[in-house]
Design a protein around this ligand. Structure first.
Ligand SMILES: Cc1cc2nc3c(=O)[nH]c(=O)nc-3n(C[C@H](O)[C@H](O)[C@H](O)COP(=O)(O)OP(=O)(O)OC[C@H]3O[C@@H](n4cnc5c(N)ncnc54)[C@H](O)[C@@H]3O)c2cc1C
Ligand code: HEM
Length: 400
């Protein structure tokens, strides 16, 4: 891109700030009208709730703001690239997205979209697409090179189903081809894909691998999303909860940038709300298998005992291992013999136990939960770079 084109792209920042989501809404509607096959690939509930339009608008805005030096966005681009790879996005699809994005800019901006501006945005999109395609190429290559690795969708069979709480079930998945499966970093996720008869097409979803790596299977633990009020029940989680052993799912290779490296010796403070426990449980179990002397603090909050998944498992680990301490918080306490705290997690109250030299703090749970814990950690003096978090949906928080 030349200097003039960069200036033109930058000049659209105020418009993107106020109308970015209108643009991406228009873009997705346009794209799904002309390329309905892409509904198999996108999470259509994120479309309905507007979360994905918001995530894409945020990414386009950040790119326009950093058009002089997009490399500062590398961590964000890596995270998006991992999500794309987990959905088997291909370079050719960048042409489809680019065509609809540029057409949408023309249609939404109307007369303000003069030829020079459109040319500048076309260049900008193509450069970003090249960066993304090369990040994704490397991720595909390294997944393929791994023992047991693969690219795209591979058939897995549900080998076992375990009820972890009133609303969470674990699924043990084994490859239909009986060949090796790739290992993963604790905290990473897989995507699964399944046909949804009510929609008439497939839907993918991401699920964190909820145990330490075991060469026999991948384990995911899924919360059944029941909403009741004005919102529909979750499409895929409810279908999964109806599945039986022997049923098949399409699975993509492990991916994701939210992990605790098994070789890192930093103490871990793992803070989860509800189903957000899954990636952190994989970190905890991996720590047990590798570095037993390094401190781990497990903080978990949920509504009540009935929805408390992995309760006995964590209790056993806590009893058997000196290096682990746990604090459990229930919003409602029914059984007063349980060693739990009532209410929400209050980090200030247990500050002496979590202020540990060189510790890394991992947070996973609903958006409001992540924000609250993140801010509490900052107030306790923890540095931003020691706090890592993951949202179970489009990554909309940009706290770091
Ligand atoms: C990296 C990652 C890891 C994850 N790990 C796990 C995990 O370990 N375990 C787990 O259970 N989940 C996990 N998730 C979440 C999972 O991918 C699914 O999002 C979850 O199972 C819900 O999917 P669903 O199809 O059942 O619900 P969906 O149909 O996708 O619905 C999701 C929510 O959107 C709401 N919604 C639907 N339509 C609208 C609308 N029009 N307006 C507003 N809201 C609407 C629904 O009511 C529901 O509450 C993870 C997600 C990510 C990104
Ligand atoms: C430069 C171009 C692109 C940009 C800037 C972009 C940006 C994004 C962002 C920000 C997310 C959310 C990621 C997250 O929060 O984890 C995302 C997810 C996604 N992207 Fe892209 N993307 C691009 C190209 C593509 C292409 C070519 C496809 C293929 C058709 C694609 C398909 C998807 C899908 C299916 C998701 C997941 C959606 C969901 O879960 O709701 N993207 N992308």
């Amino acid at each position: 891109m030349n200097t003039n084109q960069k200036a033109l792209v930058k000049a659209t920042v105020p418009v993107l700030k106020t109308n970015g989501t209108d643009l991406t809404k228009h873009f997705y509607t346009r794209m799904f009208t002309h390329n309905p096959e892409l509904k198999n690939l996108f999470n259509m509930s994120h479309q309905a709730s507007g979360k994905q339009q918001h995530a894409l608008a945020g990414a386009v805005l950040a790119y326009a703001e950093h058009i002089e030096n997009p490399q500062v966005l590398i961590n964000v681009l890596q995270s998006i690239g991992n999500k794309h790879v987990s959905l088997n996005i291909s370079p050719e699809q960048y042409d489809i997205v680019g065509f609809h994005l540029i057409s949408s800019i023309k249609e939404v901006l109307g007369e303000a979209a003069h030829d020079e501006l459109i040319e500048a945005w076309t260049q900008a999109y193509n450069e970003l697409a090249q960066i993304m395609i090369s990040i994704e190429h490397e991720l595909y290559e390294s997944a393929l090179k791994k023992e047991g690795g693969w690219k795209g969708w591979r058939a897995f069979v549900i080998a076992d189903i375990v009820e972890e709480s009133d609303e969470i079930k674990s699924f043990y998945l084994k490859p239909r081809d009986h060949q090796l499966i790739a290992d993963y970093l604790p905290g990473q996720y897989i995507s699964i894909k399944t046909f949804i008869p009510e929609l008439g097409h497939e839907q993918p979803r991401q699920y964190s691998l909820s145990s330490a790596f075991n060469p026999e299977y991948y384990r995911i633990s899924v919360k059944r999303e029941k909403n009741g009020q004005n919102l529909p029940d979750g499409i895929v989680s409810n279908q999964l909860h109806q599945k039986k052993t022997g049923d098949e799912l399409w699975v993509s290779a492990p991916a994701g940038v939210f992990y605790a490296h098994p070789e890192s010796e930093n103490p871990l403070v793992l803070i989860s709300g509800g189903i957000g426990a899954t990636p952190l449980l994989s970190m905890l179990e991996t720590r047990k298998n590798t570095l037993q002397n390094s401190t781990v603090v497990w903080l978990h909050s949920c509504r009540n005992e009935k929805v408390h998944a992995f309760k006995d498992h964590i209790n056993h680990l806590n009893t058997d291992n000196q290096w682990l301490t746990t604090h459990i918080f229930y919003e409602t306490v029914d059984n007063h013999s349980d060693p739990v705290k009532k209410g929400r997690i209050n980090l200030q109250e247990i500050r002496d136990e979590i202020l540990i030299d060189n510790a890394k703090y991992y947070i996973c749970g609903p958006e409001a939960f992540i924000k609250a814990q993140y801010n509490s950690l900052l107030q306790l003096g923890i540095a931003k770079e020691d706090i890592l978090y993951e949202e179970f949906g489009p990554q909309l928080l940009h706290l770091n």
